[in-house]
Design a protein around this ligand. Structure first.
Ligand code: MLT
Length: 257
């Protein structure tokens, strides 16, 4: 397996993504929130770059759509939901199509248009994700970052996945330097995928975590740190511009939030 980590979408050559399985990571909060929506039974998520696009798409879906997203971390005026995973409950989104626009996460998805597969990565689904990824030949982790800056929370997610995959395939993975750095950061800052690991603390002190704390969304950090709480695979469907759950366990296991 070839495993490439990019700390920012701008560091990825779109041609290199062609044919690869790409995991987009925006742990705080876009990919965690999308997984929460799928875990709560949303039919699909349509990621939009701009607010105007989201309004137009939601209008075309009539009553079936829920508008969600943020600008500056806060809910967009006129939208039903913001970008907190806790808002995406079964009552809010089950059976609905979520039309979502966020500052960085939905932009990172746009960068993957040429990829063979595009999956959502977060700590809430990491073990299911790693199971799914173990079959890939050419795997890329694309960290969304924040406003063009590298963010620790996304690098930690990539690093945790690098370490898990290395344990499963010792010697069998060709990891780029950013992947090696991500794995080392994970090992020294957190080290274990368990509920008692210092993950929430590391996320709290990351750039994204500090932003959320300033905005009063500290509880979203706790949710994002709940390892494997939402074991669903979220995938951008080939040929369509929408994200759906392509694998999820028995729904009686949900919800947790
Ligand atoms: C984004 O996509 O920019 C982030 O998820 C921002 C946020 O956490 O609200």
């Amino acid at each position: 397996m070839k495993l490439t980590v990019h700390f920012l979408p701008a560091l990825a050559d779109p041609h290199q993504l062609a044919g690869a399985t790409v995991v987009v990571a925006d742990v705080l909060r876009a990919t965690t929130t999308m997984l929460a929506a799928l875990w709560s039974g949303a039919r699909a998520i349509i990621p939009c770059l701009e607010i105007e696009d989201a309004l137009r798409v939601a209008g075309s879906l009539r009553g079936d759509a829920v508008l969600g997203g943020e600008r500056g971390g806060r809910r967009i005026p006129g939208f039903q939901l913001g970008n907190s995973p806790a808002e995406y409950t079964p009552a809010a989104v089950s059976g609905k199509t979520v039309v979502l626009t966020t500052t960085n996460g939905t932009r990172a998805l746009q960068a993957c248009r040429a990829a063979r597969r595009v999956l959502l990565g977060a700590f809430v689904n990491i073990s299911s994700l790693v199971d799914e990824l173990a079959r890939a030949d050419d795997l890329v982790f694309l960290c969304a970052g924040t406003d063009g800056q590298v963010t620790c929370e996304d690098v930690l997610l990539a690093g945790a996945a690098v370490r898990e995959l290395q344990q499963r395939m010792p010697g069998g993975i060709d990891v780029n330097d950013q992947g090696q750095l991500a794995g080392a950061a994970w090992q020294s800052m957190v080290g274990a995928l368990s509920r008692t690991s210092p993950l929430a603390d590391a996320l709290r002190h990351s750039r994204g975590g500090l932003n959320l704390r300033e905005l009063g969304f500290e509880s979203d950090i706790e949710l994002a740190a709940q390892v494997d709480a939402m074991p669903v695979i979220g995938e951008l469907l080939p040929g369509e511009w929408r994200v759906a759950a392509t694998s999820r366990p028995d729904p009686s296991a949900r919800p947790h939030c």
